[in-house]
Write a new protein. Structure first.
Ligand code: HAM
Length: 422
């Protein structure tokens, strides 16, 4: 007996109608981003490991979750991308497009996670990045792009959390204060957080482990350590969000995956989902990343939204139903020959959605298939029609009676019935 295979752990096969909804979501995002002046960028699915390592040696993503490709002699070690911001920055460093460079992307990412609902080893994101400006209006623009996108999908229970991580000396002072706080309370921390503390105290704030909750809650907040310049930047971001009437919550302990994060950082939480996996998107500034990848010193800001989780949130809120995938017309043909092939081709070239049956099935079975297809109209070709050079046009889901029309008028008749003529 042949082996039987299943989708690998942590991956999912997405079939219709979910696959159609997925495609529509990406299309909507592409439209929204295009309308805001972003052009698509398509990074490779894998990069030299160094590209991802730069993003943050202290993050879980780099330390434990990378899908490494087999080592090949004489080549740099490579890994599947765990996210796309690093690739976008590498692309900028390599091609040096004019700034501000506004790019959007969509596609799969890979992280070796412990799979559960809303957390997968292969998952999709749509995202946008702006490189080459540190204008706080851009921070607001990217947040607004994501926010309006959720809104357009119909989501109403998304909460925006924002924080500023500062930069430079302010960030260094804060990290030192944080380290002192955690070291003073090290006995109360989980073993994992003690390990994280050695590498990056900021990341301890990210712990969702209950044992850490008390010490994390008592930790000093970055906003108290912002330099004047970073404080001013953050104030302008907040004023911009207010001006657009985008509600947000200040979240002083919000730090995110990228170790290179600076200044504005934000996350979108879907309140209709379980708290453990309710981040449906996140992003922020990373003003040193392009330079870390060998490019010029240009600031960047952007976000990525999790497609899998957004669709779970849509289910939970009962919005953004799968689009109907019906064709317009179904050709039922009981005579041998190429009549059906030719007519279907003609209908499709006229811009109509057209399908047909195969395998020379009976009239009854083909009519059932026509009904299942959701088509609004059936065109029937039997031996009588073939001899007379006509087809029978039968409305299935539009008003009207069945009628016989000349074969040459078939397409025009269907267009008339569907109101798509011209
Ligand atoms: P991230 O927070 O790692 O950020 O991922 C962004 C979103 O991707 C998450 O909010 C979540 O919706 C989704 N996501 C992440 N991991 C998984 C998973 N294992 N299964 C399902 N969904 C997942 C980034 O990736 C940064 N590149 C965001 C960014 C862009 N920062 C600046 N620019």
């Amino acid at each position: 007996m042949a082996d039987s295979f299943q989708a690998p752990r942590g991956t999912r096969d997405i079939l219709a109608p979910e696959s159609e909804r997925w495609r529509l979501l990406v299309q909507r995002f592409a439209e929204a981003a295009g309308q805001a002046g972003y052009a698509a960028v398509i990074p490779p699915m894998f990069e030299d490991l160094g590209v991802f390592e730069r993003v943050g040696e202290a993050t879980d993503v780099v330390r434990k979750e990378m899908f490494l490709l087999a080592e090949r002699e004489g080549e740099a070690r490579q890994a599947l991308r765990p996210e796309q911001t690093a690739s976008v920055c590498r692309i900028f460093a390599q091609h040096r497009p004019a700034t501000p460079w506004k790019a959007w992307y969509a596609g799969s990412n890979f992280r070796y996670e412990r799979p559960q609902k809303g957390r997968y080893r292969q998952f999709d994101q749509v995202g946008a990045e702006v490189l080459g400006t540190d204008d706080p209006d851009v921070d607001v623009e990217v947040i607004a792009l994501a926010w309006r996108f959720y809104e357009q999908l119909g989501l109403r229970q998304v909460k925006l959390l924002v924080n500023s991580l500062g930069d430079g000396q302010g960030r260094a002072d804060y990290t030192a204060a944080l380290r002192r706080h955690f070291e003073d309370n090290v006995d109360a921390l989980s073993a994992q957080s003690r390990e994280t503390l050695q590498v990056n105290p900021l990341r301890v704030l990210d712990s969702k482990r209950p044992e850490d909750a008390e010490v994390v809650a008592a930790a000093p907040a970055m906003v108290e350590h912002l330099s004047d310049e970073d404080g001013e930047h953050f104030a302008r971001v907040r004023a911009g969000l207010d001006a657009l009437a985008i509600p947000y919550e200040l979240s002083p302990r919000l730090v995110r995956g990228l170790a290179s994060s600076t200044r504005t950082t934000f996350e979108f939480a879907a309140e209709a989902l379980d708290a453990a996996q309710n981040a449906v998107g996140g992003g922020g500034r990373y003003d040193g990343l392009v330079a870390d990848l060998g490019g010029p010193s240009v600031p960047g800001v952007g976000f990525a939204l999790g497609v899998d989780r957004i669709l779970l949130a849509c289910d939970a809120e009962g919005v953004f139903a799968p689009p109907p995938s019906a064709v317009d017309v179904f050709v039922v043909c009981t005579v041998a020959g190429t009549d059906s092939l030719v007519l279907v081709d003609e209908l499709r070239r006229a811009g109509l959605g057209a399908d047909r049956a195969f395998d020379g099935r009976s009239m009854k079975s083909q009519m059932k298939a026509a009904d299942r297809s959701g088509a609004k109209v059936a065109i029937i070709i039997g031996s009588q029609e073939q001899e007379a050079g006509v087809v029978a046009v039968r409305p299935l889901r539009v008003e009207g009676e069945q009628r016989s029309v000349a074969r040459a008028d078939a397409v025009r008749t269907v267009q008339g019935l569907l109101g798509t003529a011209g």
